[in-house]
Ligand binder design. Structure first.
Ligand SMILES: *[C@@H]1O[C@H](CO)[C@@H](O)[C@H](O)[C@H]1NC(C)=O
Ligand SMILES: *[C@@H]1O[C@H](CO)[C@@H](O)[C@H](O)[C@H]1NC(C)=O
Ligand SMILES: *[C@@H]1O[C@H](CO)[C@@H](O)[C@H](O)[C@H]1NC(C)=O
Length: 173
């Protein structure tokens, strides 16, 4: 009986998540299930409707960015790409958010964390993608290339990117 009730609760949650995903998608920055880590969670998401938003939630503790890159060079800024800028959260502060509006849902939007102190986050695999290619293992290849990157670049903060833009800098939630 309990099992059935739990299963029903999960199925309600799952359908709610599907409905929300079309307008707003959450990506946690630097955390998986409550544990601080060098990762975007989830690292790849699908956004199907133009003008949907992706909210990056910077969780404590950490000091990260969301910077647009190319598939070929995961840890270097894309020309004309967005970059949230660094946002520091410690164990006493709340979370931060950065809202990205997606204007091109047909082209993958690759991104990385540009933090290099005290670890090089991109080389640790702190990369992600909005709308990865539907087939193949492009995201896995992207992570492998990030792990092997020899050049990691700090980009300047930029609200407008290619296929996506923000209207405000990352800030406290
Ligand atoms: C997306 O937003 C822009 C700017 O508000 C608007 O011009 C455009 O029509 C919107 N596109 C869709 C598909 O809603
Ligand atoms: C966050 O990281 C950036 C880049 O390494 C650094 O310049 C900044 O001082 C850091 N912020 C804090 C509060 O540590
Ligand atoms: C991002 O959007 C959410 C939901 O609309 C809002 O609560 C939050 O303040 C926004 N963050 C920033 C930095 O504007």
């Amino acid at each position: 009986m309990l099992g059935m009730r739990v299963a029903a609760a999960f199925s309600t949650l799952a359908s709610a998540a599907v409905a929300i995903a079309q307008s707003n998608t959450i990506i946690n920055v630097g955390e998986i299930s409550g544990e601080p880590t060098f990762w975007f969670d989830p690292p790849h998401v699908k956004v199907t409707e133009v003008n949907s938003t992706v909210t990056f939630v910077f969780r404590k503790p950490g000091n990260h960015t969301v910077a647009q890159s190319s598939y070929a060079k995961p840890c270097e800024p894309l020309d004309g790409g967005f970059n949230s800028g660094f946002f520091f959260v410690d164990s006493s502060s709340g979370t931060g958010t950065w809202n990205l509006t997606i204007t091109d849902v047909n082209t993958p939007i690759w991104f990385y964390c540009a933090q290099q102190i005290s670890e090089v986050h991109c080389e640790l695999g702190m990369v992600g993608v909005i709308n990865p290619p539907a087939t193949g293992d492009a995201f896995d290849q992207f992570v492998y290339r990030a792990n092997a990157a020899t050049t990691v670049v700090y980009p300047s903060t930029a609200l407008t990117g290619i296929g996506a833009f923000a209207t405000a800098a990352v800030g406290p939630q």
